[in-house]
Design a protein around this ligand. Structure first.
Ligand SMILES: NC(=O)c1ccc[n+]([C@@H]2O[C@H](COP(=O)([O-])OP(=O)(O)OC[C@H]3O[C@@H](n4cnc5c(N)ncnc54)[C@H](O)[C@@H]3O)[C@@H](O)[C@H]2O)c1
Ligand SMILES: [Zn+2]
Length: 350
């Protein structure tokens, strides 16, 4: 079964979620005068046939995070021009969050903006990165520091592509799914609890249920606050800690895995600051993370607490000089922009 999730922005679009939905892309793409596919060779080799766009030009970028650089962006724009794309063309991205972030940015710049359709092939990109319109590349001073908002015209999250994900990438996506569950994606916490083993076994229907639920939540949040002036900040739950953990590990730990620890730490902050309305939530979340094979503490990652505070103060999401946190009160009830005193932070990180 393929589900449709509407994203009701100025130009409304649809996310299609389910095994096999990539077979719909070529027909949709025929509505544009021409199209090109932006992908990485590894993903193209594994799943490229599913797209049915063999006649279009395929632009290849480096695998994973190295794709998100200005030099790769420049090369991609050159290739788009050389392939004869014009203002009425479509760019189809096919890969993980790195490919959709880079491709979204390339599409927003090419001839001052052409349409883009994202076909995410990692769980993280399906539950989070492909929907919502944020694009970015990295610069020397930090990740995602150069980007735009450029909403896609459609998203196709084909869960059949997830069969080949390695364990790190699968768990990374599950970490973001637990975040969405805490943010109040309807029924998602229960689904994750009930289907943890199926998800780890890459059961396509279980994955589709989770992806659809996350997309529905993200669509509602983005509709309420497209440009992150208020409610969209919720999506940063677990990310102030998570980002510091990624930096401390020199990005050896996958994003969503770092976020998983960030969620446990955020809940511990809520507990210490007496914000919890649902006192069972930290324990329940911790048990879920464990069942999903996700770490719940810095110790589990062998990262020392020292240094995390310093790195956190550099987090780009800071407001003023101190880091601000999204802290849960209960499922679906977040406190935004919370300052946490250094001594409390030190206790939590301990
Ligand atoms: N724009 C947003 O709102 C947003 C949100 C979250 C994350 N992001 C960005 O997304 C990126 C992380 O995304 P990601 O985790 O997808 O990483 P990624 O794109 O780097 O992909 C991770 C790895 O998975 C491989 N891969 C992709 N599809 C595969 C498949 N079907 N089978 C096997 N392997 C496959 C890739 O080759 C790569 O090695 C980060 O750059 C992050 O900043 C953006
Ligand atoms: Zn994230």
């Amino acid at each position: 079964v393929t589900e449709s999730i509407e994203v009701g922005l100025e130009h409304p679009y649809r996310a299609r979620v389910g095994p096999g939905c990539l077979s719909e892309v070529s027909e949709l793409a025929s509505a544009w005068s021409s199209c090109a596919v932006l992908t990485e060779a590894y993903v193209a080799g594994l799943h490229g046939d599913r797209l049915g766009l063999g006649d279009a030009p395929w632009i290849q970028v480096p695998r994973g995070e190295p794709a998100k650089s200005f030099s790769v962006l420049e090369d991609a724009l050159e290739e788009m021009a050389a392939a004869g794309l014009d203002r009425k063309s479509l760019l189809v991205t096919f890969g993980g969050g790195a490919v959709s972030d880079l491709g979204g940015l390339a599409a927003s710049l090419f001839m001052r903006g052409i349409d883009v359709v994202h076909c995410p092939t990692t769980l993280l990109a399906q539950v989070d990165a492909a929907l919502g319109g944020k694009t970015a590349v990295n610069i020397g001073q930090g990740r995602n520091l150069a980007g735009t908002f450029h909403q896609p015209r459609a998203v196709f999250a084909d869960t059949a592509t997830l069969s080949t994900l390695d364990d790190g990438a699968l768990r990374s996506g599950l970490g973001e799914a637990v975040k969405a569950a805490l943010l109040g994606a309807a029924g998602l916490f229960e689904t994750l609890e009930e289907r943890a083993e199926d998800l780890l076994a890459r059961d396509q229907d279980a994955l589709a249920e989770v992806v659809a639920s996350c997309c529905r939540l993200k669509a509602r949040v983005v509709e309420a606050d497209e440009r992150e002036r208020g409610r969209r900040k919720e999506l940063n739950l677990g990310h102030t800690f998570g980002h510091a953990i990624e930096v401390a590990s020199e990005f050896g730990i996958p994003h969503g895995v770092a976020v998983a620890v960030g969620l446990a730490l955020a809940l511990e902050c809520s507990r210490r600051l007496d914000l919890l309305e649902d006192r069972e939530l930290p324990g329940r979340t911790s048990r879920l993370l464990e069942r999903l094979g996700l770490p719940r503490s810095l110790a589990a990652l062998a990262i020392p607490a020292s240094g995390i505070v310093d790195r956190m103060s550099l987090d780009k999401k800071r407001a003023g000089s101190e880091p601000r946190f999204v802290l849960p009160r209960a499922i679906g009830r977040m406190e935004l922009d919370v300052r946490v005193a250094p001594e409390v932070l030190a206790q939590v990180l301990d």
